[in-house]
Ligand binder design. Structure first.
Ligand SMILES: Cc1ncc(COP(=O)(O)O)c(C=O)c1O
Length: 362
């Protein structure tokens, strides 16, 4: 007999690794397969960042700076906030977990739109809190329905903006409906993992939105636009320093490595180059969006580095069809498929698979 696990944890699905591009290429006898499944950027980190990582590589016999002092100071300058208002985490997913551990527990409700970032339900369960999912409306957060779902037990609201996996974003009016409906003792977490890909001026910047709102915090990451997904570093911004203090209390000591900290500092110094890359991704996003519409597979307007095909019950079959053509996408059974914007040749391979899918069904 195995040692009993906490019942809530025992019920969670065990981790299943996704299909790697190398495995798929081997299986299909291709020189390479294309992975458009994890919303990574398709380019290596910026050259100045790679150089900084290489230089710091000889320092890893020491523990990392547990307070991430230099990175925190650089973020404080970048966002015009005191260092006390910033917390660093081992990826922004870790900050989600720290927030939940610091602010919620049994009997507390955590409101999320659904479908949204798939880590939220898992982390709410790990914290022992109760998930309250509110269905999306037209693939977007429904602020009125979310406001109506708030109860005395609601301790936290996640707003994934732009939303993973649907790529849609809530504009100022919708966000304000929601922020105004939430009481001062409920934390609103605006998860902006994809903020750098937003070009629509009506989608507010969480940093601006949180001004004068002490119950709002913003999560950002170096994983996406800066291409540091493999190094694991994200950050939290809040006007009320008490939020960052609470989150630091549930930080796993030393979990943001020296290389991650150095790379993040170097990344902030190369923001202009990062913006150019994001502009290229956005241009490809618009090209792919238009091509999908031409192919009869229109997608919701994307504000991120991925698109969302609403496929309902055909999601898994579609992903299998793409895989058989060497393209890995991310299906969500019964809902749709999320497809990361890659390099132009990768996007072309995906569009060819969609054309073939359409033809197979004509
Ligand atoms: C909405 C959202 N938040 C957070 C994350 C986590 O990013 P990371 O932990 O790499 O910073 C992701 C990653 O896919 C995401 O889509």
């Amino acid at each position: 007999m195995s040692v009993p696990v906490r019942p809530a944890i025992a019920e969670l699905p065990a981790y299943k690794p996704g299909r790697s591009a190398a495995d798929l290429a081997r299986e299909l006898g291709l020189s390479q397969a294309i992975k458009l499944a994890s919303n990574e950027i398709a380019y290596p980190p910026l050259p100045s960042v790679v150089a900084a990582i290489a230089q710091a590589a000889s320092d890893v016999n020491r523990y990392p700076d547990n307070g991430a002092t230099e990175l925190t100071a650089a973020l404080a300058r970048r966002f015009d906030l005191p260092a006390e208002s910033i917390a660093i985490g081992c990826g922004s997913v870790s900050l989600c977990q720290q927030l939940l551990q610091s602010y919620t527990g049994p009997g507390d409700e955590v409101l999320v739109a659904w479908r949204s970032f798939e880590a939220y339900p898992l982390l709410v369960t790990v914290a022992g809190a109760t998930l309250v999912p509110v269905p999306l409306r037209e693939q977007t957060h429904d602020p009125e329905a979310m406001a109506a779902a708030i109860t005395d037990a609601t301790r936290m609201v996640f707003v994934c903006n732009p939303n993973n996996p649907t790529s849609t974003a809530l504009g100022s009016a919708g966000l304000e409906i929601l922020l105004d409906a939430v009481g001062p003792d409920t934390l609103i977490v605006i998860d902006e993992a994809y903020r750098e890909f937003v070009t629509d001026p009506d989608i507010p910047d969480g940093r601006e939105l949180m001004r004068g709102r002490p119950n709002v915090c913003v999560l950002r990451t170096f994983s996406k636009a800066y291409g540091l997904a493999g190094l694991r570093v994200g950050y939290l911004l809040a006007e009320d320093p008490a939020i960052a203090t609470a989150v630091r209390k549930t930080y796993v000591p030393f979990s943001v490595s020296t290389l991650a900290q150095v790379a993040a500092v170097a990344s902030l110094a190369a923001e202009d180059e990062m913006r150019e890359r994001c502009a290229a991704v956005v241009a490809e996003r618009e090209r792919v969006t238009a091509a999908l519409a031409d192919l009869g597979q229109p997608v919701p307007k994307s504000h991120a580095n991925f698109v969302w095909l609403v496929l309902g019950t055909e999601a898994l079959a579609f992903a299998g069809f793409c895989e058989a053509r060497g393209v890995i996408v991310r299906p969500f059974a019964g809902d749709g498929a999320r497809v990361t914007i890659g390099q132009p040749y990768e996007n072309d391979a995906f569009l060819s698979a969609v054309a073939a899918w359409d033809a197979s069904r004509a």
